[in-house]
Design a binder for this molecule. Structure first.
Ligand code: GLV
Ligand code: MN
Ligand code: MN
Ligand code: MN
Length: 387
């Protein structure tokens, strides 16, 4: 089932995927989702925030059990982060149908919009809007690298940007949410288990830091006369690494804009994006506060720690694990399941082993047999939760 998705948004030069929200690739992925829903006779809905829902049964009668993930990607990402959860959701439904199961509750497959925030900088946009975790005005005004706002690109995609925002009606259809995801580390490899269950998501955030200087000629400007913003930028990157090591957290500068961007000119401005995460919110906050001293820092997103519902977590581990309960793992990656949990929806996650341990890169992988184990585990979980 992943096969028809494999060509969408693929960069042939690298094998990586570029699937920005509301891009052409995203529209193709949405069509694929609609086709999968139609093929199964599911009731397809797109909510005001662009999230897609495919229902087996009517959630107006009784809140449903929902599973799914996202189809957008980080830039140059792998084939599994997001799509594996959506494909597995449809496959688990098929499995239930083939076994003649008639669930007592409606079952939904969801594809959340713009989970990665690759284009506008804020991750989990679809679930944040749905739950009211981000204000529509702020979301609509966010710009991409071309200067287009979210409002612009949604309008161009034929959506109604001014209708976005907290959607209680849709939220009320979600009784429980379970997201299956490729593991983004090596814990399941180490434990020799194909499927795990999430315990918690680390608190994490993104900050934009702007360094301003004076653009000038690279050959004729004496070193003493320069105001080069690249130098404080470089010091910040090293300080982030040292501070993270000291505090036992992680910090990453993965995106930088240098303008005007001439090899033969001192830059006038460097904009950097800092991503910092850790088990303890205070450590992350302190690291950023220390780095931010005297700098122009803007918080783009902050996601507090998520501790998944313990009863649901243990139930998932029992049902998904077979003879021995599935291992329970914390993660440093953000997910829509975390946003839903923070909004009070009982939510949990299943992870599928990734032999490379690598993610947000084309090297991300999952073996066919482990994907199948994930689908079987998810089907058991859905059947159990639908009782
Ligand atoms: C999204 O995948 C994130 O954790 O940044
Ligand atoms: Mn991701
Ligand atoms: Mn993901
Ligand atoms: Mn994520």
């Amino acid at each position: 089932m992943l096969e028809p998705l494999a060509r969408i948004g693929r960069d042939p030069a690298t094998g990586g995927y570029v699937r920005d929200a509301w891009s052409e690739a995203d529209m193709e992925l949405r069509e694929w989702f609609a086709g999968e829903a139609a093929r199964r006779g599911l009731d397809l809905r797109e909510d005001r925030n662009g999230n897609l829902w495919a229902w087996w049964g009517d959630p107006a009668a009784r809140p449903g059990v929902v599973t799914g993930s996202h189809l957008d990607s980080v830039r140059q990402g792998g084939a599994y982060d997001g799509p594996l959860g959506v494909v597995s959701a449809f496959a688990a439904l098929d499995r239930l149908k083939n076994r003649g199961v008639t669930p007592a509750r409606p079952v939904g497959v969801v594809c959340f919009t713009d989970e990665e925030g690759a284009r506008f900088g804020v991750p989990c946009m679809g679930s944040r809007l749905l739950t009211g975790a981000i204000k529509p005005d702020r979301a609509l005004a966010l710009t991409d690298d071309d200067g287009d706002t979210l409002a612009d690109v949604m309008a161009r995609a034929g959506r109604k940007p001014y209708a976005i925002g907290r959607d209680d009606e849709t939220l009320a259809t979600v009784g429980t949410f379970v997201e299956l995801h490729v593991e983004q580390g090596r814990a399941l490899v180490d434990q020799e288990r194909p499927v795990g269950v999430a315990s918690a998501i680390w608190p994490h955030g993104r900050w934009r830091i702007d360094f301003r200087g004076r653009a000038d000629h690279a050959g004729t400007t004496r070193l003493a006369d320069r105001d080069d913003p690249m130098l404080p930028f470089a010091r910040m990157v090293l300080a982030a690494r040292a501070g993270a090591e000291r505090r036992g957290v992680v910090a990453t500068v993965g995106k930088v804009h240098v303008s005007p961007g001439n090899a033969n000119a001192i830059p006038g401005r460097v904009s950097a994006w800092l991503d910092a995460r850790g088990a303890d919110e205070r450590d992350v906050r302190q690291l950023v506060a220390e780095l931010a001293e005297g700098m122009d820092v803007k918080e783009e997103s902050w996601t507090p720690v998520v501790d998944f519902d313990a009863a649901l977590r243990d139930r998932l581990a029992r049902v998904a694990g077979g003879d021995t309960p599935a291992p329970i793992l914390p993660t440093g990656a953000g997910h829509d399941a975390g946003i839903m949990a923070a909004a009070g929806v009982p939510a949990g996650m299943l992870f599928v082993r990734n032999p490379t341990g690598v993610s947000h890169s084309p090297d991300e992988h999952a073996e066919q047999a482990d994907c199948e184990a994930g689908v079987v585990a998810l089907a058991h979980v859905l059947e159990d939760l639908c009782r």
